[in-house]
Ligand binder design. Structure first.
Ligand code: UDP
Length: 239
């Protein structure tokens, strides 16, 4: 907790898609800079920020495996995609004067630091934004599960999942006008209603470790700080 925020240490899950901006593939540098600005704003509130970045804007293992490629190899490519996004995000943060370090769960010492819990915790305590890339380092997982894992091991008191909409809805609000937004849900309700928030492994990990999940709109400039400080719309999943 800080004077400005009820949260002391937050794990932001930033999907690869968010980095595409209005595009259909790759990194949109205006979107990247805006998201870096939003992260720096939250860091400026005195909140420790760790980020797990996805890779869906560049590569998705499961889709490629469906075309015949070995799933484990395709997932390794997906994890490498998240490293590219993480390097771009760390660079965008550093360019605006916010200390940031990208760490990879797949060691590649000539590119960035290898992720270790100890180094990540030390960097967070020193005020750096820690960007955890390469997911869990293992195929058959997602970056949502990596986000839940990093939130648990780094002692985060919130997993903030940035999405395309301002919370969790009863149906997809983009296709179903009768969809309603939940203000609050329990982890069990998310699982029982099969709400598409995160995959089951990720939700189960946050439930087991009693980590609340806040789903908010990452496309809204300033939305991250607004959600954390209770000014913006979001859904909170907690027990
Ligand atoms: N991935 C993986 N293990 C992990 C995390 C990710 O194999 O622990 C791979 C997987 O192929 C996935 C890709 O990396 O499709 C990109 O991650 P994700 O789809 O979660 O990214 P997002 O949807 O958040 O952009």
């Amino acid at each position: 907790m800080t004077d400005a925020s009820p949260w002391r240490r937050v794990l932001l899950k930033c999907s690869g898609e968010a980095l595409m901006g209005e595009g259909a593939f790759g990194i949109d540098f205006a979107a990247l800079d805006r998201i870096a600005g939003d992260i720096a704003e939250v860091r400026g509130l005195g909140v420790d920020v760790a980020v797990v970045v996805g890779g869906g804007n560049l590569f998705r293992g499961v889709r490629t495996a469906a075309k015949g490629m070995d799933r484990a190899s395709a997932d390794q490519m997906g994890m490498l995609a998240t490293v590219m996004n993480g390097l771009a995000l760390a660079d965008a943060l550093e360019r605006r004067g916010a200390p940031a370090v990208a760490m990879s769960a797949i060691p590649m010492p000539t590119v960035c630091a290898a992720y270790t819990r100890r180094d990540a915790a030390a960097a967070l305590a020193a005020g750096s934004v820690v960007i955890s890339t390469a997911g869990t380092g293992n195929p058959f997982f997602t970056t949502d599960t990596a986000a839940a894992l990093r939130a648990a091991e780094l002692g985060c008191d919130l997993l903030a999942k940035g999405t395309q909409v301002d919370g969790v809805y009863s149906a997809d609000p983009k296709t179903d006008p009768s969809a309603t937004r939940f203000d609050r849900l329990s982890h069990d309700e998310v699982i029982a209603r099969d709400l598409k928030v995160m995959d089951i492994a990720a939700i189960a990990l946050t439930r087991e470790n009693r980590i609340p999940v806040m789903v908010f709109d990452l496309h809204e400039a300033g939305g991250f700080a607004a959600a954390l400080t209770g000014r913006g719309r979001s859904t909170t999943i907690t027990d």
